[in-house]
Ligand binder design. Structure first.
Ligand SMILES: *Cc1c(COP(=O)(O)O)cnc(C)c1O
Length: 493
């Protein structure tokens, strides 16, 4: 019985690898036509529902996560260990909400998985072992800015000797009014759209997210301008560091300026949040000179106040999974505490004190999404992930090297030398075709090959394409041959 069950899970974990990168138009049309117009009065047999899903719906999925050559967005795959664990999560349907040590092990596993992630990112457990799993980096950015909003207004209240302290308790408008402030602002350089969205959700306002960029480099902070904004007396500020900019895969800071910004934030009572959705993974790369420049982009990240990371991208666990860390557990619990629900308080435990997840995140009831993370980390270990990220980085660099020398393409951002370009490359390739007509159709033409998929974007005001390499199945030689073959044919077309 047990082994049959396990075999079933394992079989599911092998997956239907025959999905194409994109579904055919026929399969999409057939799937759409199969969707019911209204809820039927009577149910169908389980078997017929299964057949409907497998025969009608699944063929209209894309193979994004399954293919090593789907380079759209930043799409991670699912490692075999993570897939196995995710099936277990569904089968046993555990609710990770309150730490009840005599009822289930799940909160212990979640806490343990957060610790393993900190080890992976070389973050000190003694300061960073506070956080939670989220639905993704957007969720984590909301948590980061929410903690920041709480913290910077607490600091402003301290400065003014005012007794009103907590947005969580008193409300944003009351606190701002009491402090004579006109609002909260987010200072960043090329922030991900989800940071702007988070500002909208949190009552900070999308229009109060500002680029504080240097004129010669839109990704780096203009430190003088930053200080001017931080010193404002009508607003309080959160600094959001793009620890990985989504078009170029490059970093907003390196160790030195990050330390400088940290000092300014301390001086003016600002919160520092790092959106490391994919970029935090640069910390996993080994210490060889090959990756030194990229690793510098993550240097000093341990000095920020909160960090966003994505599980369903470079960690290669299934959707949906992100994580959030903060050095300030008290701030997080002030924001997220599930107050006045005595029946939801944690039971006593003889073990380490593990905070109840419901007090450090948006949800109360939630999925056991820590288990696939836990499984994949144990399955690969530190060096397994190092090796995976090295393959992704090496493929990106090999493609960039080829583009740099190809007369039909420009590697972006434009670099004066190939070695400078490759040195700064993590796992993202940005390119444009030199022929303007071809460039406008470049993404469509590449994707029409059905052999690989890229995202369209814009860079410096003109269209560009982005190859984001994030799947665990990457094979440098095989995928380099495929990508350059597609690009060469598109250039000739
Ligand atoms: C992908 C990404 C996000 C948003 O992540 P979701 O997982 O889609 O919520 C935020 N920031 C950066 C830098 C990203 O790359």
């Amino acid at each position: 019985m047990q082994t049959e069950f396990q075999q079933g899970l394992w079989k599911a974990a092998q997956g239907p690898w025959e999905l194409g990168i994109l579904p055919s138009a026929e399969n999409l049309a057939r799937a759409r036509a199969s969707l019911p117009a209204t809820l039927p009065d009577t149910g169908s047999s389980l078997e017929s529902v299964q057949r409907h899903i497998v025969d009608d719906i699944v063929p209209a999925f894309n193979g994004g996560s399954l293919s090593a050559n789907y380079y759209g967005f930043i799409t991670g795959g699912t490692t075999p260990a993570a897939l196995f664990a995710d099936n277990v999560v569904s089968v046993y349907d555990q609710n990770v909400q309150v730490h009840l040590p005599n009822h289930s092990i799940v909160t212990d596993v979640e806490y343990n998985a957060l610790g393993l992630l900190l080890d992976l990112f070389r973050l000190d457990r003694s300061t960073w072992h506070n956080g939670t799993f989220t639905t993704g980096a957007t969720g984590s950015n909301i948590l980061g800015l929410a903690c920041g909003r709480e913290f910077v207004l607490q600091k402003a209240a301290e400065r003014k000797g005012c007794n009103l302290q907590s947005v969580g308790e008193e409300g944003l408008f009351e606190v701002l009014n009491a402090l004579g402030l006109s609002g909260v602002q987010v200072l960043s350089t090329l922030p991900h759209s989800s940071v702007v969205k988070s500002a909208g959700v949190l009552g900070i306002g999308r229009s109060n997210v500002h680029n504080i960029c240097r004129a010669d480099n839109p990704l780096r902070f203009d430190i003088d301008k930053l200080e001017k904004e931080l010193a404002r007396t009508d607003k309080v500020s959160i600094v959001a560091v793009s620890c990985g900019e989504v078009n170029t895969g490059r970093f907003a800071t390196s160790g030195e300026d990050l330390r400088e910004i940290r000092q300014l934030c301390d001086k003016y009572g600002a919160w520092m949040h790092a959106d490391g959705a994919f970029g935090i993974f640069a910390r996993v790369l080994d210490d060889s000179p090959e990756f030194a420049t990229v690793k510098k982009g993550c240097e000093g990240i341990e000095l920020v106040d909160s960090i966003t990371g994505d599980g369903h991208k470079l960690l290669n666990v299934p959707y949906d999974c992100g994580f959030f860390f903060t050095r300030h557990p008290n701030v997080a619990s002030e924001v997220f505490k599930n107050a006045n629900a005595a029946y939801l308080t944690a039971g006593n435990s003889d073990g380490p004190s593990i905070p109840s997840p419901l007090n450090i995140g948006i949800e109360n009831s939630r999925r056991f999404r820590a288990l696939p993370v836990y499984a994949s980390l144990l399955s690969y270990g530190k060096t397994g992930y190092q090796e995976m990220l090295a393959r992704q980085t090496r493929l990106a660099r090999k493609i960039y090297g080829w583009l740099f020398e190809h007369s039909a393409y420009t590697a972006l951002p434009e670099a004066s030398s190939k070695s400078e370009l490759l040195d700064q490359t993590f796992m993202t390739v940005l390119l444009r075709a030199n022929d303007e007509g071809l460039n406008c159709e470049l993404g469509r033409k590449i994707n029409e090959s059905s052999r690989m998929f890229v995202s369209g974007t814009s860079w410096d005001g003109t269209p560009a394409c982005r190859i984001a390499i994030s799947n665990w199945r990457v094979d440098v030689e095989r995928d380099f041959a495929l990508v350059t073959d597609v690009l060469a044919k598109v250039a000739q077309s």
